[in-house]
Design a protein around this ligand. Structure first.
Ligand SMILES: *[C@@H]1O[C@H](CO)[C@@H](O)[C@H](O)[C@H]1NC(C)=O
Ligand SMILES: *[C@@H]1O[C@H](CO)[C@@H](O)[C@H](O)[C@H]1NC(C)=O
Ligand SMILES: *[C@@H]1O[C@H](CO)[C@@H](O)[C@H](O)[C@H]1NC(C)=O
Ligand SMILES: *[C@@H]1O[C@H](CO)[C@@H](O)[C@H](O)[C@H]1NC(C)=O
Ligand SMILES: *[C@@H]1O[C@H](CO)[C@@H](O)[C@H](O)[C@H]1NC(C)=O
Ligand SMILES: [Ca+2]
Length: 560
């Protein structure tokens, strides 16, 4: 940025690309501090681009903060990675075992023993800082179960979105694998994709033609290729490195020795998928076949086949969406120190109270300072042409016919010109701010009990007859639930069962044997016939209701 920020007035120095200027009135005794800040800004600016998120600039009206797109420095990410090795038991030494090397295959006296610190080869030795020339390495078991393949996965996790800035470099002691895949995940391990294939024979191993990195051009720099360069046997001492080439890819745009970074950053903004190509949260090495020493597997000596990795270098920077120049390691995790009123581990949202505009990543353009795309304080950026969606959408479209700007694809179940309403079937959470992701709560109306799936502003659903409750899942008095509320058939108060019958769950009367009908109001003795088996001892009401039987019984009594 060549120290432009400190020469005033800034309005003349910078193109009007919407830098957010925050006014700050300075007292006289702060002038010196300001001067020092400016000197520091000039010095750092001369070294690299996008290192500074903001700087104080002096104007006639006092000092102003001027903001720029910014990104953290590249780091050696092996210091922050977690390593998992699979399958369990793939690390050598438990139980202890002997091995030998491809160069010295008849001297199998080396030993791996997990219980002896001097002979153990645990996974963390792939990421340690080696001292005094002592090489430390992780080592797998030997291929004693040949012809079953010797497979191992090494998964590297950061719990942070990162961007590769240089070559991933994996150092194999005792020979590089003949077949291997490097994979990456961009979503913390939920899904994986191949990054590069490695084989001594790409066609045989992956049915892919062998490619060299030099064959890539600007048009296909993000292509996933299979390379034979790092798998051929040249002796385990001569060549230990397996690379995932990042720098040659960057040089396609920035030129040799990355002299023209402006060109690279310009392409980062314009070439679709370019930034994503270098973005990852996890890496995984799938080791599929160990070094064979340039010949076929020799079954009589399988103790010379295994994997051993002494170092994994991952030069990368924290991805902060051009909203942070610092990335710190706190509580075991990397975290962007977000500026521009943004928040979140990757600065992917606006800070509370700064959601007047929707969140956007910063932009490298225009070079050299880029555009910060800062989040703005609510209420500060009104105006009919702004795209204001309370953080529920990043896109607006202009409807010529109505002459309005309206949000497109409101998320979080919102709708409306500014995503300020809740979708049908949702209601506004009164205790949540309009820019809260959970501002719209599902009505959740009972399908059987309600008229439709909409509810009013306090979450009340509209209930069918006989139905009540917030969600229409309860029956009013006089109704019972059977796929919705239906009127009671019987109850203890207004619809009692008659003639000694009992009401079963308001659904039916259980009648005495002599009666029938919904409320047991009717005698079974109808049309002059009664069932003999059920009327051996008729009760008095039964007799009264049974005009045919009665005279008969009376006659019998008279005769006896
Ligand atoms: C390695 O990971 C892949 C998924 O990418 C899985 O299919 C495979 O079974 C794993 N191999 C081992 C040895 O755990
Ligand atoms: C990942 O990082 C986030 C943010 O720093 C943190 O909340 C979360 O607990 C971390 N997860 C793990 C497994 O460390
Ligand atoms: C990439 O494109 C160049 C031409 O632009 C072509 O020569 C080369 O073969 C392509 N590489 C791959 C891996 O497809
Ligand atoms: C409403 O919003 C508040 C504040 O965000 C939240 O604590 C509460 O759980 C929300 N209520 C519902 C029903 O989602
Ligand atoms: C929603 O309906 C309930 C019950 O009918 C009523 O008490 C409440 O006042 C209504 N709320 C609104 C905001 O209309
Ligand atoms: Ca090591």
């Amino acid at each position: 940025m060549q120290g432009q920020a400190c020469r005033g007035p800034p309005l003349l120095l910078h193109p009007p690309h919407r830098l957010l200027r925050l006014r700050l009135r300075l007292h006289h005794h702060l002038r010196l501090v300001l001067l020092l800040l400016c000197v520091a800004a000039q010095w750092r600016g001369a070294l690299a681009q996008y290192e500074l998120c903001k700087s104080l600039v002096n104007t006639d009206e006092g000092a102003l903060w001027e903001e720029y797109a910014c990104q953290p420095k590249s780091l050696s990410m092996k210091d922050f990675m977690r390593i998992r090795v699979e399958p369990p038991g793939i690390t050598c030494g438990d139980p202890p075992e002997r091995f030998c090397t491809l160069e010295n295959p008849y001297l199998c006296s080396d030993e791996c023993d997990a219980s002896n610190p001097d002979l153990a080869h645990p996974p963390q030795l792939m990421a340690d800082r080696e001292r005094g020339g002592l090489i430390t390495y992780w080592q797998s078991v030997t291929w004693s179960r040949y012809p079953e393949p010797l497979l191992a996965n090494i998964t590297l996790t950061w719990n942070k979105t990162l961007e590769l800035t240089g070559d991933v470099l994996i150092t194999f002691e005792y020979g590089r694998p003949t077949v291997m895949v490097l994979e990456k995940s961009m979503n913390h391990g939920r899904t994986w994709q191949p990054y590069q294939y490695y084989a001594d024979d790409c066609l045989e191993a992956f049915n892919m033609p062998a490619k060299r990195i030099q064959e890539l051009s600007a048009a296909n720099v993000t292509r996933v290729i299979c390379t034979e360069r790092y798998s051929r046997w040249v002796g385990s001492k001569n060549e230990k490195a397996v690379r995932f080439e990042v720098r040659p890819r960057l040089e396609i745009f920035a030129g040799p020795r990355l002299v023209n970074m402006e060109a690279l950053y310009t392409r980062m903004e314009s070439v679709k998928g370019l930034r994503e190509f270098f973005t990852f949260t996890n890496l995984r090495l799938r080791l599929l076949r160990p070094a064979l020493g340039g010949t076929y597997v020799q079954r009589d000596n399988l103790l010379k086949y295994f994997y051993a990795i002494s170092n994994i270098e991952v030069p990368a920077r924290c991805k902060c969406n051009l909203h942070a120049s610092q990335c710190v390691f706190t509580e075991g995790n990397l975290q962007c120190v977000c500026e521009h009123n943004t928040a979140g581990q990757d600065c992917t949202r606006c800070k509370r109270g700064y959601k007047a505009k929707s969140w956007k990543p910063g932009s490298y353009l225009p070079t050299p300072n880029g555009t910060p795309n800062s989040c703005a304080q609510a209420g500060m950026s009104a105006g009919s042409t702004d795209c204001e969606c309370y953080g529920h959408s990043n896109r607006c479209s202009y409807i010529e016919f109505l002459n309005i700007v309206t949000c497109v694809s409101c998320k979080h179940n919102t709708r409306g010109q500014n995503c300020q309403h809740c979708r049908l079937g949702y209601f506004r959470n009164a205790s949540a701010e309009l820019d809260d992701e959970s501002v719209c709560v599902e009505c959740n109306c009972n399908q059987l009990g309600s008229v439709h799936d909409r509810c009013n502003g306090t979450g009340y659903c509209q209930c069918k007859e006989g139905t009540g409750g917030l969600k229409c899942d309860e029956c009013l008095p006089g109704f019972f639930w059977r796929q919705g509320c239906v009127p009671n058939v019987c109850d203890d108060v207004t619809l009692p069962c008659q003639n000694g019958g009992t009401c079963v769950q308001n659904q039916r009367c259980a009648c005495k044997p002599e009666y029938k009908g919904t409320l047991c109001q009717q005698s079974v003795c109808e049309a002059g016939k009664c069932s003999g088996a059920t009327s051996l001892s008729p009760s008095l009401p039964a007799l009264l209701l049974c005009p045919v039987l009665y005279p008969l019984l009376s006659a019998t009594r008279l005769l006896s």
